[in-house]
Design a protein around this ligand. Sequence first.
Ligand code: ZN
Ligand code: ZN
Length: 178
Amino acid sequence: MPDIPKNFHSLETDQEFKTCCDCGTELISSTQMYMIQKSFAKNECVMEFALCHNCKEKLDEQISNQSKEAIYDFLFDNSSLLTTTENHTSPSPMLQIETCCICAKDRQHCQGYTYSGLFLGTHLIPGPLPMMICDECQGDMHENMSDHTRDVKDKFYKEHFPGPPTEVDLPTTNPMTF
Ligand SMILES: [Zn+2]
Ligand SMILES: [Zn+2]
């Protein structure tokens, strides 16, 4: 079995994510895919979670089609993203989280950023994910979302991250979850 890349380990436990943050289901031994997402502000991890496929589907159902289209349009309008997604044969999918999928800025030059990846057991699934987006581009995307989508996401983040450290701005929205 391959190792899960360090970038997708939990900072809290210094190990792989073991369970879904929502329902607590076991992830690594499961036969269903799951998503890991981490957000950073000035290179400090401010949020991280692993979400099983079922819980992600449930969340997706609450998002209106209209918002999905808006997000899709936004992504599709961007040529650098297309380059990234067409590059599925890249020998190292992990390179995809080194630059923003929208503006192609280097991760080390971003003030804040979020990345996510799809896994099956300890296998990283290649494709449009893993993907990284910088805070600036995320802000642009946020403007394209409906209020309903924002509410669903805000609720999700509030439920799972009730007490963020006060000195950091916890991202309240995240297009990459969907
Ligand atoms: Zn779950
Ligand atoms: Zn960007």
